[in-house]
Write a protein that binds this ligand. Structure first.
Ligand SMILES: NC(=O)c1ccc[n+]([C@@H]2O[C@H](COP(=O)([O-])OP(=O)(O)OC[C@H]3O[C@@H](n4cnc5c(N)ncnc54)[C@H](OP(=O)(O)O)[C@@H]3O)[C@@H](O)[C@H]2O)c1
Length: 482
C-alpha cells in the first residue's frame, strides 16, 4: 500500500454541514486505514469564534456520528486538525492565514503539497480561489490542488465566467470539480459491468434496448437549505450534474484510453450528442413539479424556511433525453428526480426490447437490467424462463446480486474515494471543464424556456405529479417501480 504523500489540507467551510457529515468521517477512514502520512495536517477555516478544543470536539462528534471510533486512534487523529478563524470574503484576512500555513508546514517539516477544499457558499468560491491563486502559487516539486464543491455556476455564462477566473491562476489539472455521485461505488461499477463483461456491452444500443429509466428520489424535503435551493431547483441541483454524469457513464462509447483523459473525452462526446430542448419538444419532454403538503401534514415547499411563498422553483423534474448518435438513436432515456417522493432511492433500469417467440400464448416480458445505486447497492437481471409444467408459458425471474449483503460495509464512502484520488492527483472522478460546458449548454437549452413551463404541485410522499405519469403514457411507457 502506497501511503498518500504528506500534504496540508486547507478546508474552507470547516464549521459547516458538509465538513461534519462527509469530510471529517472520510478523513478518519483514511487515517485508520493507514493512508494518511504521519505529517498530514488539516487546517480548518470558519467564521465562528472557536478554540482549538471546540474544533476538535466538532470533528470528534462528527466522526462518532458516522462510525465506531477507536479510543487509541482518535486522539492521534484529532491532533492533525488546527482551526483558523477568519472572514474569507475579506482579502486582508489572508495574510494571517498564509502565515499559519507556513508555520504548520515548518512544524512538520514537509514541502508545499497543498490541497485546498472549498466547502463553502458558492458565492464565495471566486474570492477564495483568487486569494489562493495570488497568495499560494504552486511550488516546484510540490502539488497544489483546488477541490471545488458543486454547484459550478448556475448556467453556462456564470460557469464560464468562474472558470475563466480560475484559469488565471490554476492549470486545468489543478482544478478538481467535485460531483460526489462519481465517487459512489455503483457509478464506478457501471464501467466494470460494461467493460469487464462481454455479457452486457454488446447489447447496449438502440438495436436491443427499448428505453432506459434513471430515478434519483429523496424521501425528505429541502430541510434547512431553502435559501440555497430556492435559487437552484432540481434541474440545476441534480440534473445538470449527477444525472447527466450517470447517463454518460452508462451510454458513452468505449473510451479510447481508460485513463482520466480518455474517460472524460468519451463523456464529453456523449454530452454533445444529447438532443437540446427545442420549443417543439419541450412540453413532451419535460414535466416539472413542486411538493405541496402531504397526507401526514408535511410542510409544503412554499412554506419552508428561506423559500419565497410564491416560489415556482421545481422540486421535481421528469425528462426525456434523446441521444442523437448511431448507437442510441431511437432509444429514449427517461429521468426523474425530486424531493419528498415516496422513498429514498437511486437506480438505473435498462429495459430491453421485447423478444418475439410466436409459440407463447402471451408475449414474454422485456428483460431488464437494474443497477441499484442507493440505499441498497446491487445489480439485478430480469429474464424469462419456461413456467414449470406441461404448458408452454414464459414467466419472468430475477437474478439479483445484492452488493450490500455480499460485501457488507465494504463500499467506500464517496468522499473517501474522492479525497484519496485528489491526494493522488487521479482526475478520473472529477469533471473537466468541457464536461461542465457541454452539460450547461444542454440544460441552458431548457432553462432558457423554463418560464413557459408549468410547475405542477404534487403531494409530499408521492412520486411527483400525475403529469409525469401522463408524459410516460404519451411515450407508450410507464415508470417502473424497482
Ligand atoms: N451539505 C451537503 O451535504 C453538501 C452536499 C453536496 C455539496 N455541498 C456543497 O458544499 C458547500 C458547503 O455546503 P455546506 O452544506 O457545508 O454549507 P454550510 O453548512 O452553510 O457551511 C458553510 C461554511 O462556510 C463558512 N463560511 C461562510 N461564509 C464565510 C465567511 N465569510 N468566512 C469564513 N467562512 C465562511 C461557514 O462558516 P461559519 O459557519 O463559521 O460562518 C461554514 O463553515 C456548498 O457549496 C454546497 O453546495 C454540500
Amino acid at each position: 500500500m502506497n501511503q498518500l504523500k504528506p500534504a496540508l489540507m486547507i478546508l474552507f467551510g470547516s464549521t459547516g454541514d458538509l465538513a461534519a457529515k462527509k469530510l471529517f468521517p472520510s478523513l478518519y477512514t483514511l487515517f485508520t486505514d493507514g493512508w494518511l502520512a504521519p505529517q498530514t495536517r488539516v487546517l480548518g477555516i470558519g467564521r465562528r469564534d472557536w478554540s482549538q478544543a471546540d474544533f476538535q470536539d466538532t470533528v470528534l462528534t462528527a466522526v462518532r456520528a458516522s462510525q465506531p471510533v477507536r479510543g487509541d486512534d482518535v486522539s492521534d487523529f484529532l491532533e492533525i486538525f488546527t482551526y483558523h478563524q477568519m472572514d474569507i470574503s475579506q482579502p486582508d484576512d489572508y495574510t494571517a492565514l498564509w502565515r499559519t500555513v507556513e508555520h504548520m508546514e515548518e512544524a512538520v517539516g514537509f514541502s508545499h503539497n497543498r490541497l485546498f477544499f472549498l466547502a463553502t457558499a458558492p458565492e464565495l468560491f471566486p474570492v477564495v480561489a483568487d486569494q489562493i491563486g495570488r497568495g499560494q502559487p504552486r511550488v516546484p516539486g510540490s502539488f497544489r490542488r483546488l477541490m471545488i464543491e458543486k454547484p459550478f455556476g448556475r448556467d453556462l455564462a456564470s460557469a464560464r465566467n468562474f472558470n475563466q477566473h480560475l484559469r488565471r491562476y490554476f492549470e486545468e489539472e489543478e482544478i478538481l470539480r467535485i460531483d460526489h455521485y462519481l465517487g459512489k461505488e455503483m457509478l464506478q461499477n457501471i464501467l466494470v459491468l460494461r467493460f469487464a463483461n462481454h455479457l452486457f456491452e454488446p447489447t447496449l444500443s438502440a438495436e436491443h434496448i427499448d428505453h432506459i429509466q434513471i430515478t434519483i428520489s429523496e424521501k425528505i424535503g429541502i430541510g434547512q437549505r431553502g435559501g440555497y435551493y430556492d435559487h437552484s431547483g432540481a434541474l440545476r441541483d441534480m440534473v445538470q450534474n449527477h444525472i447527466l454524469q450517470l447517463l454518460a457513464l452508462l451510454t458513452m462509447e468505449r473510451p479510447e484510453r481508460f485513463d482520466s483523459e480518455g474517460l472524460r473525452d468519451a463523456k464529453v462526446k456523449l454530452f454533445r450528442s444529447i438532443r437540446h430542448f427545442s420549443t417543439d419538444i419541450l412540453t413532451e419532454a419535460v414535466v416539472l413539479g413542486q411538493y405541496a403538503t402531504g397526507p401526514a401534514d408535511e410542510k409544503a415547499y412554499r412554506s419552508e424556511k428561506g423559500v419565497d411563498p410564491e416560489s415556482t422553483t421545481e422540486t421535481f423534474a421528469a425528462l426525456r433525453f434523446d441521444i442523437d448518435n448511431p448507437r442510441w438513436q431511437g432509444t429514449p432515456v427517461f429521468v426523474r428526480t425530486g424531493k419528498y417522493m415516496a422513498r429514498r432511492h437511486a437506480s438505473i433500469t435498462i429495459v430491453y426490447k421485447q423478444s418475439a417467440y410466436p409459440s407463447l400464448p402471451q408475449p414474454a416480458e422485456p428483460n431488464r437490467l437494474i443497477i441499484r445505486i442507493q440505499p441498497a447497492e446491487g445489480v439485478d437481471l430480469r429474464y424469462n424462463i419456461k413456467k414449470p409444467g406441461t404448458e408452454l408459458t414464459a414467466i419472468p425471474v430475477e437474478m439479483d446480486f445484492c452488493q450490500t449483503c455480499n460485501f457488507p460495509g465494504q463500499s467506500a464512502e464517496a468522499y473517501v474515494k474522492l479525497l484519496m484520488d485528489a491526494w493522488r492527483g487521479d482526475l478520473n472522478l472529477f469533471t473537466r471543464w468541457d464536461e461542465i460546458e457541454a452539460t450547461w449548454t444542454l440544460i441552458d437549452s431548457l432553462l432558457d424556456q423554463r418560464d413557459d413551463l408549468p410547475v405542477y404541485p404534487y403531494p409530499a410522499g408521492r412520486d411527483g405529479p400525475e403529469q409525469a405519469d401522463e408524459m410516460m403514457s404519451r411515450h407508450q411507457r410507464q415508470w417502473l417501480d424497482v
